[in-house]
Write a protein that binds this ligand. Structure first.
Ligand code: SAM
Length: 242
């Protein structure tokens, strides 16, 4: 998968080359390009923002600079990419989004700052390529860089060969619509707190049932909205008996 990011703070994207993502780049599972939006300015101040039409606080990112940047970055492949525009006003980014994007050959992220990017940039790009405006949660960050890091990490770990053990992604929270239950490792007793007996029993069926029950309990307490959205066939007889 190819990933390009356009930003006014390229240094903010340094973690893209660290840890798991860095290894994925080394193993050529993903290639990453980070582009400085100011490279497409033509004035001495390298301005990327201007005051909003209609008045109001803050500044808006200029369409001409973004337009040229996206023409060049998105026009550099045989097919146009999927353009992702992080914004708190977007549709929620979820694990389902990450799974869908993990099948894409090329994603381009356009990181906004200030009050965001002139809407015409998004609308015009949508006439030439698939575009999604997405939010990583109901809060407001100062820029799209952290949102992009979040989304790239969620997508990259789903690509074949990126995680050491692919089964861990299959068992994670959200993969079956539930939150994952608690995990434990050695020592068996820590600060007078023992690991649950069943996990040391070697009885795989009992362990699977215990994990499923803990996942159901945790989801019920912390995210009842997930249970409400679960299709009826996702729950077995024992689940329903709880
Ligand atoms: N005026 C915008 C609004 O109220 O919807 C907020 C702009 S925010 C201060 C600046 C930039 O941060 C956005 O263009 C976007 O790139 C990024 N951003 C902030 N919160 C975000 C979120 N929850 N999800 C994704 N991106 C976000």
């Amino acid at each position: 998968m190819r990933i390009d990011v356009v930003t006014i703070f390229p240094e903010y994207l340094a973690p893209l080359r660290a840890a798991l993502l860095g290894k994925a780049i080394e193993r050529e599972k993903i290639s990453v390009g980070v582009h400085d939006l100011r490279d497409w300015t033509h004035d001495v101040h390298r301005a990327v923002d201007d005051s909003p039409y209609g008045g109001g606080p803050g500044m808006v990112m200029k369409p001409d600079v973004w337009g040229e940047a996206l023409d060049e970055v998105c026009g550099s492949g045989p097919q146009p990419p999927r353009l992702i525009v992080p914004t708190p006003a977007g549709r929620p980014f979820t694990q389902r989004t990450a799974v869908r994007w993990s099948a894409e050959p090329w994603l381009v992220f356009a990181c906004g700052r200030y009050e965001g990017i002139d809407q015409r940039v998004v609308d015009e790009a949508a006439s030439r390529m698939p575009v999604e405006e997405v939010s990583i949660g109901d809060y407001v960050l100062v820029g799209g860089e952290v949102a992009t890091l979040t989304m790239v990490e969620a997508v990259a770990r789903l690509l074949p060969g990126v995680l050491g053990n692919p089964a861990s992604a299959e068992q994670d929270s959200f993969s079956d619509g539930l939150l994952e239950g608690p995990s434990y490792t050695r020592p068996e007793v820590w600060r007078e707190r023992p690991v649950p007996d069943v996990l040391r029993s070697g009885n795989h069926a009992a362990i699977a049932r215990w994990r499923r029950d803990r996942a159901l309990d945790r989801t019920y307490r912390r995210r009842p909205d997930l249970l409400e959205r679960l299709p009826a066939e996702a729950l077995d007889k024992k689940d329903r008996a709880r």
